[in-house]
Write a protein that binds this ligand. Structure first.
Ligand SMILES: Cc1cc2nc3c(=O)[nH]c(=O)nc-3n(C[C@H](O)[C@H](O)[C@H](O)COP(=O)(O)OP(=O)(O)OC[C@H]3O[C@@H](n4cnc5c(N)ncnc54)[C@H](O)[C@@H]3O)c2cc1C
Ligand SMILES: NC(=O)c1ccc[n+]([C@@H]2O[C@H](COP(=O)([O-])OP(=O)(O)OC[C@H]3O[C@@H](n4cnc5c(N)ncnc54)[C@H](OP(=O)(O)O)[C@@H]3O)[C@@H](O)[C@H]2O)c1
Length: 418
């Protein structure tokens, strides 16, 4: 590897602050990055975590609403090798989850480099090394760094950026317009007519919160949606589905879920919530869409406290025009229109990354890995983290054994978390 290292264009490499990382660079200090870091610690592999925010789990700390709880039972959400505290409820609150993640980082002594936003990551074919460029912000001062490493772990999440829809006339609308990631609590919307655009888990739950705070929410459902009860007869629907999948084919489980949903929730079609033609699990697998786990919104829709409206045609100054021709006065708009990954904007890699993310799972060809991109939430992230750390751990042990007999290549600084 030393020879390869010498071949890298040294002049360019050292024109900015250039840092050799012993072991992998992990981009992102959310649950996925933390889980990978912890598993690498267990393997004795040093690493560097780069995080654009000034804290761990920035999605959970900065971009989620107050009433948020994990939708799945806690044992599906804990990260590897460190269980949730016993006293946590079945569905921990967002603050409990953040506390847990902070303890997790402390327990494994994970100290990310905060305020380091990765701008690009490129594999250098000649040297066989990754070159990861960041901009580090400290107050108003910005500095560029380049991290050089053998392995790169992408852990920036499927929800890194907000999706802002391009709706005709939205710029002319005079009321407040916020994305769901800015929404904290319905208190500020008390007495207001609020249009919630989007009926995923965010849109459904924010409508419920708005209604609980005496606002008048309408929710835009432009296509179809699967709504399932969070629990069926006291048992988590997700857990039931997972159990059934061990014995039954997916299409059968989908049919059973739909029957159970009908028994608990009744016919939701009549409220304007049309179900997709595929079952909920197939819908998730083929379209990547997460079924809504209902925690009370449907009851409010049934009672008329939350109105369901069809797609938007356009906005005017103080009202919205819908595709069915109806016009509604609106005081504020909450765009619960979802999130997307930012990986295509910075990862310069041809095969592993496609338009739809990382279709081949957690491992690429040239020392690049992806954690938390298989649309399986926190349990999927833990699974990826264990696999990635095992794979890198093995390579690390082979390479470090060989290195004992060699001289170390020239580099300015050699840093790691160990
Ligand atoms: C409102 C909401 C509720 C959710 N609830 C659940 C739930 O109950 N259960 C569940 O399983 N899933 C839930 N999810 C999905 C959730 O996103 C994931 O489960 C979890 O946060 C994924 O962790 P992650 O580390 O992969 O991504 P993230 O939590 O998004 O962490 C990625 C980190 O990477 C950082 N980053 C991004 N780009 C860069 C860059 N260029 N350079 C450096 N750092 C960067 C970000 O700042 C962030 O800290 C929810 C999502 C949302 C939006
Ligand atoms: N407690 C929890 O566990 C919890 C809570 C909230 C979110 N989450 C998770 O967070 C992730 C993101 O959820 P999310 O609800 O924010 O996003 P999402 O699931 O991607 O849903 C986005 C919604 O916005 C709609 N939409 C997008 N553009 C639109 C437009 N121009 N007009 C009308 N509707 C539009 C989409 O409709 P189409 O389907 O027609 O495109 C969809 O209904 C998911 O994985 C979710 O499960 C979890």
């Amino acid at each position: 590897m030393e020879d390869m290292f010498r071949l890298v264009d040294c002049e360019e490499m050292f024109s900015k602050r250039c840092i050799w990382v012993n072991g992998p660079v992990i981009v992102g200090a959310g649950p996925s990055g933390l889980a990978t870091a912890a598993c690498l610690k267990e393997q004795g592999v040093p690493f560097m975590v780069l995080e654009r925010a000034e804290c761990i789990a920035s999605l959970w700390q900065k971009r989620t609403y107050d009433r948020l709880k994990l939708h799945l039972p806690k044992h599906f959400c804990q990260l590897p090798n460190f269980p949730f505290p016993q006293h946590f409820p079945q569905y921990p609150s967002k603050n409990q989850f953040i506390d847990y993640l902070q303890s997790y980082a402390r327990h494994f002594d994970i100290n990310p480099r905060f305020n380091h936003c990765v701008q690009s990551a490129k594999y250098d074919e000649i040297s066989g090394l990754w070159r990861v460029k960041t901009v580090a912000t400290c107050g108003s001062v910005k500095n560029e760094f380049e991290y050089i490493c053998r392995w790169l772990v992408v852990a920036t999440g499927e929800n890194a950026e907000c999706v802002m829809p391009d709706i005709e006339g939205l710029g002319e609308f005079k009321g407040d317009v916020i994305h769901a990631c800015e929404y904290k609590c319905g208190e500020r919307f008390k007495g207001k007519k609020v249009l919630v655009v989007g009926c995923g888990n965010s849109g459904m739950e924010l409508s419920l919160d708005l209604s609980n705070h005496n606002a008048s929410p309408s929710i835009v459902v432009r296509s179809s949606v699967h709504v399932l009860p969070r629990e069926v007869f006291g048992k988590s629907t997700f857990e039931l589905a997972t159990l059934m999948l061990q014995w039954l084919p997916l299409w059968v489980v989908d049919k059973i879920l739909l029957v159970l949903a009908w028994l608990v929730l009744g016919n939701i079609d009549k409220f304007g919530l049309k179900r997709p033609s595929e079952g909920p699990l197939l819908w998730k697998n083929t379209k990547g869409k997460t079924p809504v786990l209902d925690i009370g919104t449907l009851e409010k829709i049934r009672s008329g406290d939350i109105k369901v409206v069809p797609a938007i045609k356009r906005f005017n100054e103080g009202c919205v025009e819908l595709v069915n021709g109806e016009k509604q006065d609106v005081d504020a708009v909450v765009l619960a229109t979802g999130y997307r990954s930012n990986v295509p904007s910075w990862l310069q890699e041809g095969e592993f990354l496609s338009e739809n993310g990382f279709p081949n799972g957690w491992k690429g060809n040239v020392g690049v890995y992806a954690v938390g991109f298989t649309r399986r939430g926190l349990s999927g992230a833990s699974f990826d983290a264990i696999k990635i750390a095992g794979d890198i751990g093995q390579l690390w042990k082979q390479e470090t054994k060989q290195k004992k007999h060699r001289t170390i290549a020239c580099h300015r600084r050699c840093i790691s978390q160990f």
